[in-house]
Write a protein that binds this ligand. Sequence first.
Ligand SMILES: NC(=O)c1ccc[n+]([C@@H]2O[C@H](COP(=O)([O-])OP(=O)(O)OC[C@H]3O[C@@H](n4cnc5c(N)ncnc54)[C@H](O)[C@@H]3O)[C@@H](O)[C@H]2O)c1
Length: 438
Amino acid sequence: MNYKNLLKTKKYKIGIWGTGYIGLSTMVYFSKKNIKCVGFDINKEKVRKINSGIIPLKDLEKWFGFNIKKMVQKGYLKATANPDDLISDKFIVHFIAVPTEKDGKPYYKPLMSVLNNIAKIGDKKIKVPPLIIVESTLAPKVSDKKILPFLKKKKFQIGKNILFSVAPRRDWFIEGVKNLENLDRVYGSTDDHSAKVTKDILSIVCKKLHIATSYKVSEMVKSVENAYRHMDITLANQLSVAFPKDNMREVLKLVGTKWNLETFHPGIGAGGYCIPLSSRYVLSQIKNKNKLTLLRETIKTDDNMGLTIANSIAKKKLKRIGVLGLSYKGDLKVSVLSKVIPLIKSLKKKKLNVKLFDPYFTKEEIKKAVNVETFKFPQQLTKFDCLIVTVNHKQFKVSPGKLKKYLKNCKFIIDHEGAWQNYNLTDKYYLTGASGWL
Ligand SMILES: NC(=O)c1ccc[n+]([C@@H]2O[C@H](COP(=O)([O-])OP(=O)(O)OC[C@H]3O[C@@H](n4cnc5c(N)ncnc54)[C@H](O)[C@@H]3O)[C@@H](O)[C@H]2O)c1
């Protein structure tokens, strides 16, 4: 049975569980290849928007670089808030793209609820065994400890009447080219048949596939590759904390010119969906505290960066702090695990007066996320004696002349991603990691 050909007949479809960044991009890229996709989401507003041809995540509009309206009109792209719509023998592939983390910890309730829904297929007469591809990030061993035992309990025979693979994602939703089509994709399966079908399906969209010998390997690849990054980023911070009077930013920039090294720069810590969680995902399966101590230290240092910065600002007797940026990355409205959140908490703990501006968030959203007031940018920059520019949102790049006028009361500026590095702001301006920033 060739699943690719079956999908091309348009009698069969792909079901996507969760229509956020990962699920929606899966749907859109397969629809672009004229494959019928139906996404289920518990968020009715997202469902409504997708069915009206509107991309519910604004920042994805630019990333996709194309309109989804035509795909919706042609019937290739559809969303639903009813999980039963995906329970039929017409859905021969199920991508799972629901969250697997909550409050900085692995969290599998949505995943298990999706599996529970998919398991209802067992009640129907099925000619084509459905293939489950997990795109959500899994901690090592979750397939063996949770997913496969659950499917077996529901009387599925893995590799026979249900196929199973783990194919984590690596997309970078800031650069359009780092997408599902172009990025190297790793997948691993429970058996040869599942692996073959997965290859057929993923190759419809992904140009470069790497097969792992099993789902256990592909599952582990995701958290281990990001744990490496977590450690590298945190080493840059530890170096900067150890040598505060030296320009570690420049040292690391030049270190990065070595043929087998990347450039890392010190900063406020690692944020976003993947990196800060990766070490925790790996450690979640290791009870012995004497193992993987490098990752334990990484988490400790990374989580403490906000406090380290707040202590240094308080020592400099700066009192009124303006923070620019809540997102964890520039030009993206994502504050998930943003290191700005613990930074603000630490600044407040030091009894400093903190306000935050981020053009992507309303004053209510800012209040909810970090419980501080916002301010008018750039006019009210005059209120602060210290500014921390955490990301390089385009909106922060006002003309240097205009900016300097509003910085007249500011004595100290920390810039994480270099938004103002070409502005010649003289002795009060410090890139994170530069000599004297801490
Ligand atoms: N965003 C990234 O850059 C990225 C990269 C790689 C991996 N991942 C992983 O992919 C997974 C999804 O991440 P995301 O960024 O798409 O998250 P997201 O929050 O953008 O989207 C998740 C969607 O799932 C929906 N949902 C929640 N519970 C559900 C349920 N029980 N049934 C159906 N839908 C449900 C939510 O309403 C939301 O629309 C996570 O495991 C994440 O770690 C994300």
